[in-house]
Design a protein around this ligand. Sequence first.
Ligand SMILES: C[S@@+](CC[C@H](N)C(=O)[O-])C[C@H]1O[C@@H](n2cnc3c(N)ncnc32)[C@H](O)[C@@H]1O
Length: 259
Amino acid sequence: MALHQTYNATDIHQIWKDAYHPGGAQASFDDQVYDWMFHTVQLPAGKWIDSGCGTGDLCFRLWSHGCQVLGVDISAKAIEAARSNAARHPECAAQVRFEQSSLEDLSPAVQGEHVHCRGVFMHIPDWSKALANLATRVKPNGYFVVFESNATSVEGFIVRLMRPFRKNRSELKKTPAGWEFWSEYQGAPFLVRMFHLDAIEKEMEKAGLHLVKQRSLFVVDPLRVPAAIRPLMARINHLWFNMNLPFASGVIQIYQRKA
Ligand SMILES: C[S@@+](CC[C@H](N)C(=O)[O-])C[C@H]1O[C@@H](n2cnc3c(N)ncnc32)[C@H](O)[C@@H]1O
């Protein structure tokens, strides 16, 4: 079941863009995260697929590290917004392209050498199929970078603690891969999953990809806090990343297909 209707809602992508790509402190934090990936871990430039690219902000970020990027998203609305963002960056038009496709039923037009997937598997009911499809695109020596939500986190603990006091509670399903919180967004089903991270590692191993690096990204998802305190939260999250502190709710995993 791919949630096409949910992601074609008009405002959902803008809400995410405002929370995750507001510029300012969050942008400086992301500058450092991607510098770490491309300079310290030394991920190669090359042909990257940004899977679940939304409005394309991270495609441009990957491009700024020398990559050719194919942004892929289930949502026609997101792809339309990404293309109009790209029109404002004519300097990268030849190296950044977009394709509409669900990850569960991945278009053969989606090809590359490496995969980047940030904050996406958590929203996909059949995430292991999406992962397996994307893994087939990773070339020998290629990388698959995943940013995902971690159930064993301070945020996960607080979310569970607060559930009994919430009025409009989502439905919680405990699965071997993690906790699934099901709710509705404008009448369509909406899923957020907090992963048991070893479930992702297991599926990657099945697909021939091995974990080479794992690092904390943030302690609290910016979307969880009011917009006014997001700049402060970005600084706290930045510190969490710099110190690689435990129990982060956002975690970066880097996998490689050995030649
Ligand atoms: C939280 S947003 C993240 C966007 C982007 N990766 C970022 O970090 O800015 C999740 C994105 O995943 C996309 N998505 C959700 N389910 C998908 C699926 N089954 N196939 C492809 N894209 C999907 C949504 O449309 C949305 O753009």
